[in-house]
Design a protein around this ligand. Structure first.
Ligand SMILES: [Zn+2]
Length: 87
């Protein structure tokens, strides 16, 4: 087993929150989605030009039923992933 996967496993056991919901942080989220940002946001989160970045995320049942769930997920993911602009 690699060092990296061992650390991840320990984290999961200690944190007690497997598959956290991207919106509310509840563990054991049941639904997985893949966020594919458009060109502008793709660059914003540090993907090389011309390369589509895909970001997997989890949602719990409760958040999945929010009316504007996709917008919420998008702004949450952008907030977490956005890299500072280099001048
Ligand atoms: Zn949730």
């Amino acid at each position: 087993m690699s060092q990296r996967s061992r650390e991840q496993r320990q984290q999961r056991q200690q944190g007690g929150v497997p598959w956290p919901c991207v919106l509310c942080g509840a563990g054991g989220a049941e639904f997985i989605g893949i966020y594919a940002p458009g060109p502008v946001r793709n660059a914003l989160i540090g993907a090389p030009a011309g390369k589509q970045r895909l970001v997997p995320y989890w949602l719990c049942q409760e958040c999945l039923e929010l009316p504007d769930v996709l917008q919420r997920v998008e702004s949450e993911l952008i907030a977490v992933l956005a890299v500072p602009e280099r001048n």
